[in-house]
Design a protein. Structure first.
Length: 269
């Protein structure tokens, strides 16, 4: 047997090893008929819980490749107002970290009443390089953006957010089914319009035996095209008072990317 053919079983085993767990990140979504009264909780304002941790698995073309963690680190008082300190960490899983060392951290401070961000920080690890530092001046309707080299000011709209804060804004204030929402995300020294449409209802099976009712949401923006290579992204949010994002999926130029909730810790410190 030559050297090339002897490698074949090892390669096949590696592909099998990587692909078998992928079903955890590509759930079957079952459509359901449900009345608007049954999802009334989606419209009710809620308080986020300090200490909440959400862990996600990321798969690319069905192969588990990364992880993402969302955590509410605490509530901080800034200039007499209370803000949720929220941190997102994303990077490769244990296997892919052998080849890709970089990890990204995104922090935001969200007003506990309005749900709007005060400031946001995006950095690349392990060097800790700051890629974008944003301060939202609501009084003057200006966002000051520092990329470590230059400082730029852009105009804010009433619904301006950072990459992370919009997610918690809609969790706090709720959404209605079959409705369109428009907002803006400040990223890369400019403001990007985003259109979000709430659609049908279904069920998603999580790890173990838990089955969750979800509301389907579609996001459309040139920003998604800029980052992911496709203008549209689908998301599924739990139909309850917590409104937890369960599953995200987008078709990129290099294949489908899926992000699935694999663990949640809901507490109130």
């Amino acid at each position: 047997m030559n050297k090339k053919s002897s490698r074949l079983p090892k390669i096949c085993f590696l592909i099998l090893l990587l692909t078998l767990p992928a079903c955890a990140y590509r759930p079957k979504i079952i459509a359901e008929k449900i009345t608007l009264q049954e999802i009334a909780s989606m419209k009710e304002p809620v308080r986020l819980l300090d200490g909440e941790k959400l862990s996600y698995g990321i798969a690319w073309i069905g192969i588990p490749s990364g992880r993402m963690n969302l955590e509410i680190k605490g509530i901080e008082k800034i200039n007499g107002r209370n803000f949720y300190h929220i941190v997102c960490e994303a990077g490769p899983n244990d296997f892919f970290s052998l080849f890709f060392k970089s990890k990204y951290i995104l922090e935001t401070y969200v007003d506990t009443e309005s749900g709007l961000p005060l400031k946001s920080l995006r950095k690349k690890m392990p060097k800790g390089e700051v890629e974008e530092d944003i301060n939202f001046d609501r009084n003057n309707k200006i966002a000051e953006i520092n990329n470590g080299k230059t400082i730029k000011k852009i105009e804010l709209t009433q619904n301006s957010h950072d990459l992370l804060s919009f997610l918690y804004y809609f969790r706090m204030h709720g959404v209605e089914p079959e409705k369109k929402y428009d907002f803006d995300i400040v990223y890369g020294e400019r403001s990007w319009p985003v259109e979000m449409t709430t659609e049908g209802v279904g069920r998603i099976k999580l790890r173990g035996s838990e089955c969750v009712q979800v509301l389907s949401v579609k996001l459309s923006s040139a920003l998604i095209l800029e980052i992911m290579g496709n203008k549209e992204m689908e998301a599924y949010v739990s139909i309850d008072s917590k409104r937890i994002p369960i599953f995200f999926t987008v078709k990129t130029k290099m294949g489908q990317a899926d992000t699935m909730l694999i663990k949640k810790e809901i507490c109130d410190r």
